[in-house]
Design a protein around this ligand. Structure first.
Ligand code: ZN
Length: 104
């Protein structure tokens, strides 16, 4: 049984995660990290077409959904890791070259 549990944990650790990256009308990039695919879709949908009564809404003009590396992520998931902070701008530069998920 313990072996089962360990294998399950490993699978989770190696599962892909997704970033939702959006560009607002000022050209600033905003991003959120660590989504499963369904949650990334839901988050993107809320950015593109906010639900009625959404408390804060920042209009966006382009949205990307990008799969992250399972074991390494330059966006660092909120950790203040200097190497990741240096890698993040390059990562975002690559993202904006890709086909967007949605564009106004
Ligand atoms: Zn990530």
């Amino acid at each position: 049984m313990a072996g089962e549990a360990n294998r399950h944990l490993r699978d989770l650790a190696a599962a892909p995660h997704y970033h939702v990256i959006a560009q607002n009308h000022e050209g600033e990039l905003i991003y959120s990290d660590g989504f499963t695919w369904p949650r990334a879709h839901g988050f993107a949908a809320d950015l593109i077409s906010p639900p009625a009564g959404a408390p804060v809404y920042e209009p966006v003009r382009t949205v990307w959904i990008v799969q992250g590396e399972p074991l390494w992520c330059p966006l660092a998931h909120g950790d203040n890791i200097p190497a990741d902070e240096q890698a993040a701008p390059g990562f975002l530069d690559q993202v904006v070259q890709q086909q967007p998920y949605w564009s106004a």
